[in-house]
Design a binder for this molecule. Structure first.
Ligand code: ADP
Ligand code: MG
Length: 238
């Protein structure tokens, strides 16, 4: 269900081409990191996968089906943003429930999913607080919780740690890795941080100026970078 295939994908904003001939296959359950310098098209590619952005040309298949044939409810993708995007006037519990209520889930199912997510993320003590009463790290966990309760086939993370301090980044990184080990759902994680890419990924996709430079495991990219850009970016000796 969480497999993804991008074929000959191109994206322009007006006359400006920002993604060029992207071919990429992601297997169900993989943890894939998109890495590359600022402005190379990482967020645009993620937003396209989320269905938040149209493509100029190309094909997208999710779970072996063309996305054009999938209804929004069938396109089970949840995105975690860098800015958290929590509703400030709602409690944590309500923030977690809101999306499910809109999808007309039954109360008992909503409560069950919130309890599960809260346990997984250790945010039970904060369920009745408002976002502004939480630390940055706690807010980011709520944002992740809001994705978890949707039980998506694919999780998308866009630089989710960039607003956290260094110590909390390391901790939250480990928590996301653990979450992936626990639920084994496909995750696509965008970062411009090479260390994050090397430590978290099953597979790294290196982007540069809207093109894929190389795809491989952290070890493959470190040992056999295709060019100086990849070598330099990931810090390998070549
Ligand atoms: P990254 O996330 O890797 O920093 P982005 O995907 O945000 O890069 O941006 C890739 C390129 O597309 C940049 O040159 C950016 O200015 C441009 N871009 C992104 N969104 C838009 C938009 N809505 N309209 C016009 N240009 C955009
Ligand atoms: Mg970005």
């Amino acid at each position: 269900m969480g497999a993804l295939k991008l074929t000959a994908l191109n994206k322009s904003f007006g006359a400006v081409a920002v993604l060029h001939d992207i071919h990429l296959e992601i297997a169900d359950g993989e943890f894939v990191v998109f890495v590359g310098p600022s402005g190379c098209g990482k967020s645009t590619l993620l937003r396209i996968i989320a269905g938040l952005e149209d493509i100029t040309s190309g094909g997208i298949e999710i779970g072996g089906r063309d996305v054009a044939a999938l209804s929004p409810a069938e396109r089970k993708i949840a995105m975690v943003f860098q800015s958290y995007a929590l509703y400030p006037h709602m409690s944590v519990r309500k923030n977690l429930a809101f999306g499910l209520e809109n999808l007309r889930f039954k109360r008992a199912e909503i409560d069950k999913r919130i309890a599960e997510a809260a346990r997984m993320l250790a945010i039970e003590p904060y369920l009745d607080r408002k976002p502004k009463q939480l630390s940055g790290g706690q807010r980011q966990r709520v944002a992740i919780g809001r994705a978890i309760v949707r039980e998506p086939d694919i999780f998308l993370f866009d630089e989710p740690l960039s607003n956290l301090d260094a110590a909390l980044r390391v901790q939250t990184r480990a928590e996301i890795t653990k979450l992936h080990r626990d639920i084994k759902t496909t995750m696509i994680y965008v970062t411009h941080d090479q260390v994050e890419a090397m430590t978290m990924a099953d597979k790294i996709v290196v982007l540069r100026a809207g093109r894929i430079e190389q795809v491989g495991t952290p070890l493959e990219l470190f040992d056999r970078p295709r060019n100086l850009f990849v070598a330099g970016f990931l810090g390998s000796p070549r």
